[in-house]
Design a protein around this ligand. Structure first.
Ligand code: FRU
Length: 466
């Protein structure tokens, strides 16, 4: 252990103990979503399951509620809903990761965790930190017990990447496939185009660049947090592209892949993963049942809106509920909350058409609307659907609830006939047509009860006991 790690291992628990009580007293503290004990959270990292324990790591800024130098925070769970804090897993304590232990993933083999991440380094000088002055290194930390790091090393520096790239090459997602290891890395070219590098390895330590995935026409300047996975025989590339035209400042979605992504393939049309305000940088993994579970950051980098309500209590941001990914007949990805959630449903309350109904802010609402409908939340936020143009919009009218959020819409492929809304103390995740489209948002209701006003439909609302 080096001296910096020794001191950070003391300092992080110290700032946590100083701030935890205040954060926990926040009425908007989430009940069943991953959130930082104190400070800042962004991307999910290193998602995996070992034995009966799920591990989730996250981009963690314990010293700064607005970000700061990134560590890997760590939480574990048996049911994907109750998360226990574990000691911070990775600290920015080596020359190759001293300005942040950036995003990455976990490969688990024989119970050992191989944590691949980006070591962020900013060299002193008058640099733009895009084309010069920054190191984005692929690093590997190994843990035999899933709680402590046995070794940490740098596997690749920028000089080891293909020519034509800026310094922005990050977020390794590593997986095994047909006896080999593969890594996808998000990249920004010197022409400011986003792409994903595919690398291959036989031993987990030595990597060769074998392919590059991109679109024929430029699609944004940088693709962050790539993920590559198969659903029912179809491969998908999930990315968070920066610099594309969409409702949010940055996009987040997936391409179906046609052909062999290792050699020769094309990317199909890009689909947005979520149409709400707060969704970015998701990562997925499979558990022993084979289901593919994805968790996203319920936040948006560089957004014009924010979370002042929780910042006042010294913490900011959370993850989405873990969602199971499946594929529909048209080849699109469906996202639905893990089935574990239903086990916590209390006795349903009926929210009747046209009648205000007060419910616990932690709820799971299900409905089958027949055409146009709307759903109001505390009189300050409305979800409104119009069958004529199959458009569903989420619109804030109360600044106290919005934190600066305005309106987001989705145009559905099919008429909306299924609605599910999962509410926690300060978030709503809205699943339309069995997860064909999702809108996720943070919001700040006045109390721990929320008044729902359904129009043109009646819903079953289950309080969630968590
Ligand atoms: C995405 C991202 C990643 C990076 C990390 C740093 O939100 O910018 O590309 O690794 O956050 O926290």
């Amino acid at each position: 252990m080096n001296a910096l790690q020794r001191d950070l291992k003391k300092l992080v628990p110290l700032v946590e103990s100083l701030g935890a009580e205040k954060a926990a007293s926040d009425p908007h503290r989430q009940k069943f979503h991953i959130q930082p004990m104190v400070g800042w959270l962004n991307d999910p990292n290193g998602l995996c399951k070992i034995g009966d324990t799920y591990h989730a790591f996250f981009q963690y800024g314990p010293f700064d509620v607005s970000g700061g130098v990134k560590h890997w925070g760590h939480v574990t769970s048996r049911d994907l809903l109750h998360w226990d804090y574990q000691p911070t897993m990775l600290y920015p304590d080596e020359p190759f990761d001293c300005h942040g232990v950036y995003s990455g993933s976990a490969l688990v083999e024989d119970g050992t965790m191989y944590l691949y991440y980006t070591g962020n380094v900013k060299y002193p000088g008058a640099f733009d930190y895009i084309k010069q002055g920054r190191g984005h290194n692929v690093c590997l930390a190994v843990s035999r017990d899933g709680l402590h790091i046995d070794s940490k090393q740098c596997l690749m520096y920028n000089k080891d990447y293909p020519a034509g790239l800026t310094c922005h090459v990050r977020d390794p997602k590593v997986f095994a496939c047909e006896g080999r290891y593969y890594m996808v890395l998000g990249a920004r070219t010197v022409e400011d185009r986003g792409e994903v590098l595919v690398l291959e390895s036989e031993d987990k330590y030595t990597w060769r660049h074998t392919n590059t995935l991109t679109t024929p026409e430029p699609f944004g300047f940088m693709w962050e947090c790539p993920d590559l996975f198969q659903l029912d025989g179809q491969w998908f590339l999930a990315v968070s592209p920066q610099g594309i035209e969409c409702q949010n400042i940055y996009g987040c979605g997936y391409f179906p892949i046609y052909g062999d992504w290792r050699r020769d393939c094309i990317l199909g049309d890009f689909y947005h993963a979520d149409f709400g305000f707060d969704y970015y940088a998701p990562q997925s993994f499979t558990d022993e049942t084979g289901r593919r579970i994805q968790i996203g950051w319920m936040g948006m980098p560089d957004a014009a809106y924010g979370n002042a309500a929780t910042v006042a209590y010294g913490w900011q941001h959370c993850m989405t509920i873990p969602r199971v990914l499946t594929r529909d007949n048209a080849g699109h990805i469906l996202q639905n909350p893990v089935s574990e959630l239903a086990a916590h449903r209390g006795t349903a309350v009926t929210a009747t058409d046209g009648v205000e109904q007060s419910v616990d802010a932690c709820f799971d609402l299900v409905a089958a609307p027949g055409g146009d409908f709307s759903l109001g939340f505390d009189g300050g936020l409305t979800l409104a659907y119009s069958d004529a143009d199959r458009t569903c919009c989420l619109t804030f009218t109360d600044a106290a609830m919005s934190g600066g959020r305005t309106s987001r819409c989705v145009v559905l492929d099919a008429p909306c006939r299924r609605l599910r809304v999962v509410g926690d103390a300060s978030s709503l995740e809205i699943f339309l047509n069995d997860g064909a489209a999702v809108l996720s948002t943070r919001y700040y209701p006045a109390g721990d009860q929320v008044t729902l006003r359904p129009a043109n439909f009646t819903a079953a609302v289950y309080p969630l006991n968590l």
